[in-house]
Design a protein around this ligand. Structure first.
Ligand SMILES: Cc1cc2nc3c(=O)[nH]c(=O)nc-3n(C[C@H](O)[C@H](O)[C@H](O)COP(=O)(O)OP(=O)(O)OC[C@H]3O[C@@H](n4cnc5c(N)ncnc54)[C@H](O)[C@@H]3O)c2cc1C
Length: 450
């Protein structure tokens, strides 16, 4: 790696501890890194990419490593391009409601900078305090607010990307509309670092909603909670969040953080409405009435402190689940909202069939259920049963008209299931597109496609 050090002095590390740490992500998988490069600007990214291209070395763009499908984990000796130092908010254009950021900006820092100006960027993955906007674009991340406001792709107007050979490309527009040529911006969103490295993002932003109300609805019957989700979305009210936790999730969170959630509940819904004060109170009342009619105990968190306490509970789910078992297989299926009750029933059956504990939570308003199969990787027999359950879960999801990933992407862990959802023609077209951008196959190899 001597040459790379010469090209980017002070920005390349081959320290064994760093190589180890940067070979991991939140999926708990690991792989071999041969150098970590920390570019400070687009030019540095160009130089690192041109080097990798010339020497035919794999290159992996990396944000904060919070990905759930091993997107940032190398499958062979790779240069890790860690965008963490490219963390400037370049511009907030209040008149045109557009912001320009570098990819290493942490999602919640962007949110805070906007809120101080009365502005709003809705996509709010539960990992928002750590994950980067570059990683969000590369995964097309969503979050609780997606039910009303959509996901990352709905806010990306344009990008600056560095192609694998080091050339810079500007895609899209810095206006709220634009239809000139193929939409390369949308192709980049969700491309999981397999086509190019994102070095700048032009975002659409919104005015901050005037009022927010948060409802906690506690059910002692899981089916009634699932029914409430479809009744609310069917009643022509679009809340800004409609989150779901089952009993196991509630118990795990309580034992991890002791927030005061009811330990005897079968499920809960965390629902928020936002907008003009009048409509917010009306919608909240209607939602409360629907949940009460289905037997829920409903309370309103009407101050910032109690609202934050509930969202802390929601954000604690992922680490809390490790209290149940040392490892988990985490899937993020989506079914049509109306099929949520049926899907929860099928998940129960699959858990029984394979004798595995399945814990569910998620963005129920989008039909996006985070299905966690709790297991111990060191127990080979149990782990195999858990993996067999995944196939059944995907089959059931697709039969109900759903999709195998709502927001975590395919990465490495789901690549072998891609053909369950996509036709051979789709996969072959996607592979041809990859070749156009990345003829030498150096960009994040082994991801999306087996
Ligand atoms: C506790 C927890 C909660 C989560 N909750 C949610 C949630 O609610 N919604 C959701 O959508 N996700 C969620 N995630 C998953 C994860 O946070 C998101 O996928 C996030 O977008 C990843 O961002 P990152 O910066 O960590 O990217 P990384 O994990 O570093 O990378 C993810 C992928 O993006 C690529 N990439 C990263 N930066 C760039 C770049 N600049 N250019 C090109 N490619 C790049 C990488 O190569 C990799 O393929 C959660 C994860 C955790 C651990």
């Amino acid at each position: 790696m001597k040459n790379l050090r010469d090209i980017l002095p002070g920005k390349v590390s081959t320290d064994a501890e760093e190589l180890f740490c940067y070979g991991f992500d939140a999926s708990s998988m690991e792989g071999p890194a041969c150098a970590v490069v920390r570019p400070e600007n687009s030019d540095d990214v160009s130089k690192a990419s041109a080097f990798a291209f010339e020497h035919n070395i794999s290159l992996i763009p990396r944000g904060a490593g919070t990905g759930m499908t091993s997107g940032a984990v190398p499958v062979k000796e790779s240069v890790i391009l860690s965008l963490e130092s490219m963390n400037r908010i370049v511009e907030i254009d209040e008149k045109n409601l557009i912001a320009v950021v570098e990819p290493g900006v942490v999602n919640s820092q962007f949110q805070k900078a906007l809120e101080q100006r009365g502005l709003f960027y809705p996509p709010d993955p539960a990992s928002m305090d750590f994950c980067t906007l570059g990683g969000n674009v590369a995964e097309n991340a969503g979050g609780p607010r997606a039910i009303k406001y959509g996901v990352t792709k709905d806010y990306v107007l344009g990008l600056e990307v560095i192609l694998p050979d080091g050339k810079a490309l500007i895609t899209g527009v810095k206006t709220h509309k634009g239809v000139v040529g193929y939409d390369i911006t949308k192709l980049m969103v969700g491309s999981e670092g397999t086509l190019a490295t994102i070095t700048k993002i032009f975002f659409k932003i919104l005015p901050l909603p005037e009022e927010i109300m948060t409802l906690l609805c506690i059910f002692n019957d899981l089916d009634m909670a699932a029914e409430a989700v479809t009744k609310i979305t069917g009643s022509k009210i679009i809340p800004r969040t409609l989150e779901f936790m089952d009993r196991e999730t509630i118990l795990a969170v309580e034992s991890y953080k002791s927030i005061g959630l009811p330990k005897d509940a079968a499920a809960l819904l965390l629902i928020e409405t936002d907008g003009q004060p009048n409509s917010v109170s009306k919608d909240t009342e209607k939602i409360g009435a629907i949940c009460t009619s289905l037997g829920a105990k409903v309370s309103v968190a009407d101050d910032v402190f109690s609202r934050k306490r509930l969202w802390d509970a929601r954000k604690a789910i992922s680490p809390a689940l490790y209290r149940i078992s040392p490892s988990k297989i985490n899937e993020d299926i989506v079914v049509p909202r109306s099929k949520i009750p049926e899907m929860l029933g099928l998940l129960r059956n699959i858990g029984q069939k394979f004798n595995v504990k399945i814990v569910n939570f998620g963005h129920a308003g989008d039909g996006n259920i985070h299905v966690n199969i709790m297991t111990d990787k060191n127990n080979v027999e149990e782990y195999q049963r858990a993996e067999s359950a995944v196939k059944d879960i995907f089959e059931a999801t697709l039969k109900l008209g759903g999709t195998i990933s709502g927001e975590h992407g395919i990465g490495l862990t789901k690549a072998k299931y891609l053909s369950m959802e996509l036709s051979p023609l789709s996969i072959s077209l996607m592979k041809d597109i990859k070749k156009v951008f990345d003829p030498r196959g150096i960009m994040n190899p082994g991801k999306i496609f087996v």
